[in-house]
Design a binder for this molecule. Structure first.
Ligand SMILES: NC(=O)c1ccc[n+]([C@@H]2O[C@H](COP(=O)([O-])OP(=O)(O)OC[C@H]3O[C@@H](n4cnc5c(N)ncnc54)[C@H](OP(=O)(O)O)[C@@H]3O)[C@@H](O)[C@H]2O)c1
Length: 181
């Protein structure tokens, strides 16, 4: 089987189940800082899940780590990036090392998707998609998404090739929305 190379940035937190699921059939490189958290994810698929322990706010360390991963396993076919806001050039550096990839940029609920996209330099060979985390309205209360809901929403967005998907709801929205721009 021709395995793809997938990069998951922040793949040891709320995306951990996505990391493990994709590593069943693909080579998955995972970025995180905490060695114990990383080890617990890698041991589920030790042959195909490859750790990159790096702080993505450290530009040189991030660039070197991404270069190393590409050299070892080939270019990234797909990138799933959950990068905290205020992390400097991290997202741009990830894009710079993913020239021919399908990139899924995961945004928190407070992010402005158009602004986030405008801030980035994309190249013509790259596909850039956004998945935004919303909230869940249940009866009279509002709660954050569960990790399962987030993982399912990201997988759905990948399968449907949505340019933008909101998981959950925002204000008066109901259910999962997708928009192809
Ligand atoms: N609805 C929303 O909009 C929304 C938004 C944000 C969060 N949440 C909820 O809040 C919970 C906690 O959020 P969270 O942001 O802590 O997400 P998380 O996905 O649980 O953890 C963040 C991930 O990014 C990695 N990471 C963070 N900073 C990093 C850095 N500087 N360099 C490299 N890797 C880094 C972490 O690994 P290390 O810890 O090893 O560094 C981890 O894998 C989530 O479980 C989610 O359910 C909801």
């Amino acid at each position: 089987m021709n395995r793809k190379h997938i990069l998951i940035v922040g793949g040891t937190g709320m995306l951990a189940e996505l990391t493990s699921y994709l590593a069943i059939e693909q080579d998955v490189t995972v970025i995180g800082r905490d060695k114990e958290k990383m080890a617990s994810i890698v041991q589920r698929n030790p042959e195909t899940c490859h750790p990159l322990i790096v702080d993505y706010r450290e530009e040189e360390a991030l660039s070197n780590a991404l270069q190393r991963a590409v050299k070892q396993r080939g270019p990234f076919d797909r990138v799933i990036a959950w990068v905290h806001r205020g992390s400097g050039r991290a997202m741009q550096l990830i894009l710079n090392h993913s020239e021919n990839s399908e990139v899924i940029h995961i945004l928190g609920s407070r992010a402005n998707p158009e602004y986030e996209k405008r801030c980035l330099c994309l190249n013509a060979q790259q596909t850039y998609r956004q998945v935004q985390l919303g909230e869940m309205h249940e009866m009279a209360s509002v709660r954050w998404l569960t990790h399962d809901e987030i993982v399912k929403g990201v997988l759905d967005a990948m399968q449907n090739q949505d340019d933008y998907r909101l998981i959950g709801t925002r204000k008066d929205d109901v259910n999962v929305h997708s928009r192809n721009d």
